[in-house]
Design a protein around this ligand. Structure first.
Ligand code: SF4
Length: 381
């Protein structure tokens, strides 16, 4: 059987953060209820498509999935259990905002089948949190984290963002250290990307300056050195984990090109799916989604990627991981050797010390990971 990663999009948030361009917004409870019903129908309607798959991971992302009453999450997990082959050891992750979940909800989520929690801290500095428009303080986060542990979560990710307005290298180091001292199993540490269509991007309010390029680079390097010292291994450009706690869901995403055995089903508003060379994206229109009754007319932007695009994607996504791409898997998938298709590119970047090849894998070196986007640009065929 083939492997499936399931993504469930919950687009609701208490309010919009100033940097956020995700598909998320506040909504009345009545809309949330109708959305959950439509989501369940979409899951049911697509069961036949995925009957030959084993679901290895389920990821509730958003938005803020923890905004929903726990019964909504249970209802969706139960629908998946009825219609899909869920692996007994499936990783089931839910993203939570510290202000929207506490002990009782965590207990109920564990009971519903959630076994991994991703808590959005972003910063341990309350001034930075306020500037970002987050609804929680660092103290709210600590309370939520402790209650998640007490409820029984043994696999927790903490999300952090560097290079936010007014941030100094010292305050970022402080955030990293405070997060690591709690000893979560996983830490994601991304640099803020300022998107144009957000209050931060269009400067519709006054924001203090962003860290300059030099400080941003220092933050990036300090992330690796501090987290490695605390026992975390970087396994992807922005993701760190204790041994055995790498995010299986994200790995399916980064390795999804591999032999077409790792497919990816997205359910909910704006969710994307990738099945073999085909992909599509659901509508962003909540009214259309709710009225759809789970039918295929919510699926938009259908495309079947040509082999060159698939090879590019195989390299872009796979090289994000520190283990790199397997040359055998590349050959099994495309019937061509990666070393032949990318001969000149591999020669160029290996000579400069940005790439290396050993043990059947091609990977970026630490130096290559620092300039990954520049290297990736060369993999376009
Ligand atoms: S909580 Fe997350 S999804 Fe919601 S507005 Fe903030 S950044 Fe966006």
């Amino acid at each position: 059987m083939k492997t499936l990663g399931v993504y469930i999009h919950i687009p609701f948030c208490v309010r919009k953060c100033v940097y956020c361009d995700f598909l998320s917004f506040p909504a009345e409870r009545e809309i949330q209820k109708r959305y959950i019903d439509a989501l369940k129908r979409e899951i049911e309607e697509n069961a036949v498509r995925y009957r030959d798959y084993t679901v290895k991971t389920i990821f509730f992302g958003g938005g803020t999935p923890s905004i929903l009453p726990e019964n909504d999450i249970k209802y969706i997990i139960n629908a998946l259990k009825v219609y899909y082959n869920i692996s007994p050891d499936a990783e089931v992750t839910l993203e939570a905002n510290p202000k929207t979940a506490g002990y009782e909800k965590f207990l109920a989520l564990i009971d519903a089948g959630v076994n991994r929690l991703s808590l959005g801290l972003q910063s341990a500095d309350n001034d930075e949190l306020k500037l970002l428009g987050r609804i929680h303080t660092y103290e709210d986060f600590l309370k939520s984290y402790e209650e998640a542990r007490k409820a029984g979560f043994g696999n927790i990710n903490i999300d952090l963002i560097s290079a936010v307005p007014s941030q100094t290298v010292k305050s970022w180091e402080n955030t990293l250290k405070k997060a690591a001292q709690l000893s979560p199993e996983h830490i994601s540490a991304y640099s803020l990307i300022v998107e144009e269509n957000t209050p931060l991007g269009d400067r519709s309010s006054d924001f203090p300056p962003l860290p300059d390029e030099e400080d941003e680079r220092l933050m990036y390097h300090r992330t690796k050195s501090i987290l490695e010292k605390e026992g975390y291994r970087r396994y992807e450009i922005s993701n760190y984990a204790k041994k055995g706690f790498e995010s299986r869901h994200n790995i399916i995403y980064w390795q999804r090109g591999a032999a077409h055995t790792h497919d990816y089903a997205g359910f909910g508003l704006g969710a994307s799916s990738t099945v073999g060379a085909s992909r599509w994206k659901n509508t962003n229109d909540i009214n259309k989604y709710i009225m759809s009754d789970g039918r295929d007319d919510i699926k938009e932007e259908y495309e079947t990627l040509p082999q060159d695009d698939l090879m590019e994607e195989f390299m872009f996504l796979g090289l994000r991981m520190t283990c790199g791409i397997s040359t055998d898997e590349f050959f099994q998938t495309f019937g061509k050797k990666a070393e032949d298709v990318y001969k000149d590119v591999l020669y160029k970047w290996t000579k400069q010390g940005f790439m290396e090849q050993s043990g059947g894998y091609i990977r970026l070196t630490d130096q290559g990971l620092d300039f990954a986007n520049m290297v990736f640009a060369d993999f376009i065929l």
